[in-house]
Design a protein around this ligand. Structure first.
Ligand SMILES: NC(=O)c1ccc[n+]([C@@H]2O[C@H](COP(=O)([O-])OP(=O)(O)OC[C@H]3O[C@@H](n4cnc5c(N)ncnc54)[C@H](O)[C@@H]3O)[C@@H](O)[C@H]2O)c1
Ligand SMILES: [Fe+2]
Length: 319
């Protein structure tokens, strides 16, 4: 499964395709939906009566998550929407391999495949979700538009910030988060050539993913899920917009983030929540506040007393 943005790129002709291999170009114009996962799974099933020996995903976080989800759905009955949650998957997935072409989400290493379903945006979180194998090749990052490259890279910077400031932090997660953030600083505050920078970004993303694998994300990600669910905002850019308003929770990191935004002249959308009706706003708050582990990590076991629906609304209105 290859992101269709790469359809004309030279590496496509170098893929070692064999007879009976299926090359699926998949679309990431919008973030993955459960319906799309179910359709792709059906296409793989109808291609051959045999189970594939492997699923390979080549693309950004969206396509890697699609590949993870399809590999799970090939061995588990029903719709992918039935598995959005924690540890609902019963059977091991088909062997699956990931190759990122954008760096930052950590999807190459995480135990989740994030999907938007009929009721919520929530990952298929399970021990069977992580890739069996990954290939990190910085050359694949070539050609990403500067804004998209920045938004996705900041996902790993924010993973680091939320892990380090969270209650679930431990020495393992701290070590990876610190290194991940340091690499992001070298890339976006230093003066590196793009090739060296891409290699650093790839490891920043991987380490950011390793860090949250044993800790958790926080305020920015919880709000970001609500924003994506209601407005379809993409993860990277949505995170960046939210994070820039979260000085209250991540003071030093937000200031440093703003310096990186300014240095690279990255546009951040404004007034995203202006004009939302009451129903949309309550849906956004509902989705955000349903992410209990994220709030526990950010604010502790009594988080409901702190992050009330009114407070969440106030934060959303800042965007
Ligand atoms: N599983 C996880 O742990 C995890 C973590 C964070 C985010 N995510 C998910 O990842 C997605 C976001 O991923 P992302 O930020 O990597 O972006 P993406 O995969 O959504 O891609 C963004 C855009 O960039 C294009 N693109 C990808 N690689 C490119 C390249 N090399 N050159 C030019 N264009 C390229 C895509 O076609 C798309 O239009 C969201 O769906 C989010 O929910 C998953
Ligand atoms: Fe993220």
């Amino acid at each position: 499964m290859v992101d269709d943005v790469h359809e004309k790129r030279p590496f496509i002709s170098k893929l070692p395709m064999e007879k009976e291999d299926l090359l699926l170009f998949v679309n990431a114009d919008v973030e993955p939906k459960t319906k799309y996962v179910d359709e792709l799974t059906e296409r793989v099933r109808s291609f051959s009566s045999r189970q594939p020996s492997a699923v390979v995903g080549i693309g950004g976080g969206s396509v890697m998550d699609l590949a993870k989800a399809v590999s799970l759905m090939l061995t588990n009955p029903g719709s992918s929407a039935d598995y959005q949650g924690w540890d609902l998957v019963k059977h091991p997935a088909v062997y699956h391999v990931g190759l990122p072409t954008l760096a930052g989400t950590g999807a190459e290493v995480s135990r989740t495949a994030i999907l938007t379903g009929p009721v919520r945006k929530l990952g298929i979180n399970s021990d069977y979700t992580p890739f069996d194998q990954i290939i990190l090749d910085p050359d694949l990052l070539e050609g990403a538009p500067a804004d998209q490259r920045f938004y996705t890279a900041m996902d790993s910077y924010i993973h680091g910030a939320e892990a380090l400031r969270g209650k679930f932090i431990n020495e393992y997660s701290r070590a990876y988060a610190e290194k991940s953030m340091e690499l992001c600083r070298e890339v976006f505050l230093g003066e590196l050539n793009e090739h060296v920078a891409d290699e650093k970004l790839m490891i920043a993303s991987y380490f950011g993913g390793l860090s949250i694998a044993y800790s958790q994300v926080g305020v920015c990600h919880a709000l970001s899920y609500g924003l994506s669910y209601v407005l379809g905002a993409r993860h990277g850019v949505g995170n960046c917009v939210i994070f820039s308003h979260l000085e209250e929770y991540y003071p030093v990191e937000v200031r440093e983030f703003r310096t990186m935004v300014a240095k690279h002249r990255i546009p951040l959308p404004r007034e995203m929540t202006k004009g939302l009706d009451d129903h949309q706003m309550s849906e956004m708050i509902r989705v955000a506040l349903s992410l209990d582990p994220l709030w526990q990590n950010a604010l502790g076991p009594d988080w409901k007393k702190i992050m009330t629906p009114e407070k969440a609304r106030e934060l959303y209105l800042r965007l």
